[in-house]
Design a protein around this ligand. Structure first.
Ligand SMILES: [Fe+2]
Ligand SMILES: [Fe+2]
Length: 365
């Protein structure tokens, strides 16, 4: 939560490629991180229990139905130029913030999957990681082209060298990455469907690419679902407490972030709150393929907690801007309140369900 001020302030001051690089490098609670993990443990993954579904999925990766998708058409550049010129400064700032966090998060997947495949010999996992790195590299490159249209391209090689890496044990990588792939799918498809209904609100051509794009993210999520289902101990007992933690952390981060930049959604004719709850609904529905619990995001106490987290983050911004001893004291009190709110949300009743026999799902939203 202490991060929202930084995010907001940065969004308003992106003027040069150096600003973009600095923003992409920033690691805090609301920005995408880079990860590293235990490669030896990744090498030991055995997909035998889910072999049939695994092989089918690998054939899809091999078929590479999006190999021609991430190329810009001549119309893209023309349309982007015209629409960029028409953006208000506020929308431009939020759109840039969106592009920078998206390219960082796509590239984060690219680096992680690529490092895993380079450091292991397990043929199943190695092949999977190579395919996913391929996809994420296309995604990151495609977004970066839209940043370059603004004269604000990101030097991905430099980012790879200079951004901090967070170590996560494999099981945390599985929970977190599964969720980020699936929530990424839900976010992209919800935007795509909205703009399909309201093409006049499509303020940049990149959104036209989201439909086929999000199918890649959906499939990446399927891969982690299969890996987790091949190790059932990750999905029961004390591990459900971790699942609960990651679900809440991912949902809360998204809620605070989206509400910090509401104009982006407003320009699409969406409001941040209903957009977020639609994305949670889709993600929750999908995640039942692998998680035996889900958060009740319709519960009034859940919604009140999310609202409070956002309010606290706004007040944190104000306290930081105020500075001085009083500002510092306020920040401390707000951090405690934020922690207490998160804890209350964590202990709300969850929904429980049995896992389906067949793991794989179709991207049907
Ligand atoms: Fe991606
Ligand atoms: Fe992905």
């Amino acid at each position: 939560m202490s991060a929202s001020h930084t995010v907001h302030a940065d969004a308003a001051t992106i003027e040069s490629p150096e600003d973009v690089a600095r923003k992409a490098r920033t690691s805090n609670m609301l920005t995408p991180r880079f990860y590293t993990t235990d490669f030896a443990a990744m090498d030991r993954i055995d997909v035998a229990p889910i072999r049939a579904e695994w092989d089918k999925m690998m054939a899809e990766y091999e078929g590479d139905n999006n190999h021609d998708h991430f190329q810009r058409t001549p119309e893209f550049a023309d349309e982007a130029r015209a629409q960029m010129a028409a953006m208000s400064p506020e929308l431009r700032a939020e759109f840039l913030d969106f592009l920078i966090s998206s390219v960082t998060s796509e590239f984060s997947g690219c680096i992680l999957y690529n490092e895993i495949q380079k450091n292991i010999s397990n043929p199943d996992v190695k092949a999977l990681m190579r395919f996913m790195a391929r996809d994420e590299s296309r995604h990151a490159g495609f977004i970066n082209q839209s940043l370059k249209d603004f004269g604000l391209g990101l030097d991905l090689g430099d980012l790879k060298r200079t951004k901090a890496y967070t170590y996560f044990k494999p099981k945390y990588i599985f929970y977190a990455t599964y969720l980020s792939e699936k929530i990424g799918y839900a976010r992209y498809i919800t935007i795509f469907r909205q703009l399909e209904r309201h093409p006049d609100k499509r303020f940049h051509p990149i959104f036209k690419w989201f439909e086929r794009w999000c199918n890649d993210e959906f499939r990446h999520g399927e891969s982690f679902a299969l890996i987790m289902r091949s190790q059932p101990h990750l999905l029961r007992g004390a591990n459900t407490l971790w699942i609960r933690f990651f679900l809440l952390a991912v949902y809360a981060t998204m809620y605070v972030r989206d509400h910090t930049r509401p104009m982006l959604k407003n320009a699409m004719g969406l409001d941040a709150t209903s957009y977020d709850y639609e994305v949670f609904r889709i993600t929750t529905e999908i995640s039942k393929q692998v998680f035996p619990i889900s958060l009740d995001t319709d519960a009034p106490a859940f919604r009140a907690g999310m609202t409070r987290l956002f309010e606290l983050s706004q007040r944190m911004d104000a306290a930081k801007a105020q500075g001085g001893l009083v500002g510092k004291l306020k920040q401390g009190a707000l951090a405690v309140a934020g922690f207490a709110t998160f804890a209350r949300l964590y202990f709300l009743p969850v929904q429980r369900h049995a896992l389906p026999e067949q793991v794989r799902m179709a991207p049907a939203w």
